[in-house]
Design a protein around this ligand. Structure first.
Ligand SMILES: [Zn+2]
Length: 261
C-alpha cells in the first residue's frame, strides 16, 4: 500500500487501490476519459467511449409554453421542462401581472417552430428539477456524441437560443456544465446585435416593462448584465439602468468583474 489511510471527521478513508487489491481486483487508470477502472486481474472493463460522455434521454415535445419552457412526453408521462442556463424574454401573462418584454413573442415563436412535435434528447445537470417540479434540461436536437463546443453550437437548442439572440444567459448553480460556453455564445450574439441585442432602443424596466441592457449600482458605481446574480441583489433605491455599455461608462460606472459586461 503506497498511500496511507486518512482519518477525517471520525471516518477512515482507504485508497481505492488498496480496497480493490485486497479483494483480488486490478486497478487501472484511463487518462482519456479520466476514469479509474476496477476489475478482475487481467480483465479490466473497457473505458467509457467518447459517445457516452453526454448522457441523454429521448422525449417528444407536445407543446410549447414560451421560448424557454415546453411540455414533453417522457416515459409515458407529461413533464414540464425548463431549459437550463438560459432565460428568454417574457411573453405577456396578464393573469400573473407579467408584461410582454421585447423579443418575448419572437422567442416563443422560434421555439414553437423549431421544437413542436419533435423528438429531443434531454441532458440533465447536477440538479434535475427546480422548486416548481419542472425538469431542468439541456435540450439536444440530435443525439450528442462528444459534447464539444462545436457540437453544442450545432445541436443544442439552449445554445441555438443564445446564438440567435432569443435568450440571455442565466446561470443557476449547481447547473453550470455549459456556463462558460453559454457566456461566449451570448457575447457573440450581442456583438452581432442579434435578436434581443438589436440596436432598437430598449425601454428601461419598471416604467414600460422593457428590458434594460445593463444594471448599475449607484452606491458601488459598478454595472452588470441584467442576468448577473449581483445585479439582481441591488436595492431598488440604488438600481440604475443603462441602455448601452457606453452610457454606463460615461456615467462613471465600472464593469463588474463577475459578469464582465
Ligand atoms: Zn455582475
Amino acid at each position: 500500500m503506497d498511500v496511507a489511510p486518512v482519518v477525517r471527521n471520525g471516518r477512515t478513508y482507504l485508497p481505492a487501490r488498496f480496497v480493490a487489491e485486497a479483494f483480488g481486483y486490478e486497478v487501472g487508470w484511463d487518462p482519456g476519459s479520466q476514469v479509474v477502472l476496477v476489475g478482475p486481474k487481467g480483465n479490466l472493463p473497457e473505458p467509457p467511449r467518447a459517445q457516452n460522455r453526454v448522457r441523454v434521454v429521448p422525449a417528444i415535445v407536445t407543446s410549447v409554453s414560451d421560448g424557454d419552457t415546453v411540455h414533453v412526453q417522457l416515459d409515458g408521462k407529461d413533464e414540464k421542462v425548463r431549459f437550463t442556463g438560459v432565460n428568454c424574454p417574457e411573453i405577456a401573462h396578464p393573469e400573473l401581472g407579467i408584461e410582454e418584454q421585447p423579443y418575448g413573442k419572437e422567442a416563443a415563436a422560434y421555439t414553437r417552430e423549431r421544437l413542436s412535435g419533435k423528438t429531443v434528447y434531454l441532458e440533465f445537470d447536477v440538479q434535475e428539477r427546480d422548486k416548481y417540479g419542472r425538469l431542468l434540461a439541456y435540450v439536444w436536437l440530435e443525439r450528442p456524441s462528444s459534447g464539444s463546443e462545436e457540437e453544442v453550437r450545432a445541436k443544442m437548442y439552449n445554445a441555438r437560443l443564445l446564438l440567435g439572440g432569443y435568450a440571455q444567459v442565466m446561470t443557476v448553480p449547481p447547473n453550470v456544465k455549459y456556463a462558460d460556453m453559454f457566456v461566449k455564445f451570448q457575447r457573440e450574439a450581442r456583438e452581432k446585435e442579434k435578436g434581443l441585442w438589436s440596436a432598437a432602443p430598449v425601454a428601461p424596466t419598471g416604467k414600460t416593462g422593457g428590458v434594460a441592457k445593463y444594471i448599475g449600482n449607484s452606491n458601488s458605481k459598478k454595472f452588470h448584465r441584467p442576468d448577473c446574480q449581483w445585479a439582481q441583489k441591488i436595492a431598488p433605491q440604488n438600481r440604475v439602468e443603462f441602455r448601452s455599455r457606453e452610457e454606463a461608462v460615461k456615467a462613471g460606472y465600472v464593469p463588474c468583474k463577475v459578469c464582465r459586461p
